[in-house]
Ligand binder design. Structure first.
Ligand code: SAH
Ligand code: SF4
Length: 360
């Protein structure tokens, strides 16, 4: 009799599927059912012997995430709210082909994926951390966000950013396991260069990731160019200060031979001064990093505001005049990725739904 909880089949790698499903070529057939044909039950895997299907069903489960709400419509950014098997809510955002995001060609459809329920890092401007941290997502729950959004939207996703709810690098093992499934030719098959992890700056994990073979991209949420301000808005900076973070970024750049991206939310009168821009330019230049400026996105219950358009442009101009590759994210949809976590918060707190709600 089984007493251990069943493992979700979409958490497993091909070699693990092969081990379970002797002879080993059966493992490849299962992966084909899962990621090419996209069946949702063992019974549908009709080229497997009945005994094997029974064995799989006895040992593994078939998790599904349920779509609760979809906001937005085709050709615009769409937000998907999902309910997990334990009733927790998470969200993913589908950003249509057009704005060039994170080094990817502009014709790519990007999904912004969550990695945790809530977030323990408590950045002062962010909706995801407001209600604290609940749990890590399992690898299958990360993979299923992509598959569910593809199924709901009928679109093929070819670019992934881990910028949804949670701190991806605080869920390192499940994240890496999921990325391997997303990246593998037998899995979803998205190239590592089209996968970006965003982190608030977990130094040991950035170094660990740098030593990992996959050419995944890294975005670092900097949000301030000095320790004093950064510690005020991002508590993680008290543990890993700017010096340690920039060192880890340098290590990452040297190992991966690729540029990282600094994300920088512009918050009025907090981090938007000329002096901050100049310091940011210095850090970015030293690492040849790109900078994405994101005007602060209002969060219910928080007092921060975004700077005037003029201030935003001035900040950008300072970076550019220092030869930093920088962009100001203004187009609709760019900021919605950053606003991840807000939909869940609204739903859980029973707040009004945004006006753009569609029936899906
Ligand atoms: N925890 C990771 C990834 C998720 S947050 C990280 O912090 O990088 C993804 C991005 O959204 C981060 O750059 C984050 O700082 C930004 N963000 C959070 N709240 C925001 C808001 N209200 N307006 C704009 N960007 C926000
Ligand atoms: Fe967590 Fe990132 Fe939000 Fe900070 S910005 S609270 S690390 S999700």
């Amino acid at each position: 009799m089984h007493v251990v909880p069943l493992i979700d089949i979409k958490s497993l790698h091909l070699d693990e599927l092969r081990r379970i499903a002797q002879p080993s070529y059966r493992g490849g057939q299962i992966a084909d059912w899962l990621y090419q044909k996209r069946v949702t039950s063992f019974a549908e895997m009709t080229n497997l012997p009945h005994a094997l299907r029974t064995k799989l069903a006895d040992n593994l489960c078939f998790g599904k995430i349920e779509v609760v709400r979809v906001l937005g419509s085709k050709d615009t950014t769409r937000k998907f709210l999902f309910r997990l098997s334990d009733n927790n809510l998470i969200e993913s955002v589908l950003i249509p082909a057009s704005p060039a995001l994170y080094g990817s060609p502009s014709d790519r459809r990007t999904i912004c994926v969550s990695t945790q329920v809530g977030c323990a890092y408590g950045c002062k401007f962010c909706a995801s951390g407001l209600d604290g941290w609940k749990r890590n997502l399992r690898a299958d729950e990360i993979v299923n966000q992509i598959m569910a959004v593809e199924e709901e939207s009928g679109e093929r996703i070819d670019n992934i950013v881990f910028m949804g709810m949670g701190e991806p690098l605080a869920n390192y093992d499940n994240l890496l396991r999921a990325i391997q499934i997303i990246n593998a030719p037998w899995g979803i098959g998205i190239g590592a260069r089209h996968i970006t992890i965003s982190t608030s700056g977990l130094v040991p994990q950035i170094r660990k990731l740098a030593d990992q073979a996959l050419q995944i991209r890294l975005a670092v949420s900097l949000h301030s160019a000095s320790d004093e301000i950064r510690s005020r808005i991002m508590p993680v900076n008290r543990k890993y200060n700017l010096g340690a973070l920039l060192d880890a970024c340098r290590y990452f750049t040297s190992r991966k031979k690729q540029r990282i991206t600094f994300e920088y939310i512009l918050i009025a009168q907090v981090n938007d001064s000329d002096e901050q821009a100049r310091q940011l330019a210095k850090h970015a230049r030293a690492l040849e990093a790109k900078v994405n400026l994101i005007p602060y996105n209002r969060v219910e219950g928080l007092d921060w505001t975004q700077p005037s358009i003029d201030r935003q442009k001035k900040f950008l101009a300072i970076l550019r005049s220092a030869d930093v590759r920088a962009a100001l994210r203004r187009e609709k949809g760019d900021d919605i990725a950053a606003a991840c976590g807000q939909l869940r918060l609204q739903t859980e707190r029973g707040l009004a739904a945004p006006a753009l709600e569609s029936t899906g």
